[in-house]
Design a protein around this ligand. Sequence first.
Ligand SMILES: N=CN[C@@H](CCC(=O)O)C(=O)O
Ligand SMILES: [Mn+2]
Ligand SMILES: [Mn+2]
Length: 327
Amino acid sequence: MSTSYAVPVDAAAQRWHGRDDGPGEAHLRWHHVVAADSGGPGPWDATFVGFRSDEGVRRNKGRQGAANGPAELRAALAPMALPASLTALDAGDVEVADGDLESGHRRLGEAVAALLDSGSPVIVLGGGHEVAYGTYLGVRESAAMRSGGRLAVLNLDAHFDLRDDVRPSSGTPFLQMARSEEEHGRRLNYQVLGVSQPSNTEHLFRTADSLGVRYLPDTECGLLNVAAVDAFTDAFVDSGDVLHLSIDLDVLPAAVAPGVSAPAAHGVPMEIVERVCAKVAASGKPLVVDVAELNPDLDVDHRTARAGARLVHRILTERHAAPGPAA
Ligand SMILES: N=CN[C@@H](CCC(=O)O)C(=O)O
Ligand SMILES: [Mn+2]
Ligand SMILES: [Mn+2]
């Protein structure tokens, strides 16, 4: 697989190290199984690509530092113990330089499309939430979509990110997607879990309503709401053939995820977020996940990085254990 869209994988590969308790499957951790070159056409049980971008957060007047998110997420995932032997590929990082977010989106799209077409689940390590539009570009151009698959996008987020700004930013990705889908004669199937009323203006709620967005507020995503969350998630999974799961870490309570631009006063409990991720992964449908908004400069004892890595771990191990859809 060509990695012309990305910086050399060497720097990314350096992050895949950790404790080694001995040889064999019983001692496996992620750093043992991630390869930095393709070694074949795939599919892999997991593929990773980083999106080193702060530009969207800068444009959205947030607190910068998310460009170092990919390295931190790799470092947090690397030592996690694996319950089974998986195959994994790290395609390196797409770097956003000189404020050229648009070029970064294009290059990320090329990377995601190639990895998805290999038949592998794709994990995009952000980056500000502007990562989601680049991820979408890849999904849009993937073989699964070109052959008529229905896209379903689930955003786990305190925010709708449907801002109508002059320039793309971390606050605009899902409106960009909606417009792109419209240009392609489709309506974006966009769903959000964890929306915080005080963090979204009435204008954003109206935009969401006008686009037909289905959402669950954070106040209805607690541990007492498991049945409703399950029903919401099941309906999401059923609504698409190709699933894009976008995880903005500010969906988690600030105590769990302090290392984000806009920490959540309420948030959705980790148990619920992880449960939703596991359900989506277990569907066996073509899947791309992006993890957004980790800002290592604001993190406390790598708490946010570990929470993000734990979600990635759960998604990929759940996916590996699940029976695939009938071929
Ligand atoms: N990706 C983040 N988007 C949020 C940020 C809110 C904030 O910085 O307070 C948004 O634009 O609404
Ligand atoms: Mn958010
Ligand atoms: Mn967001």
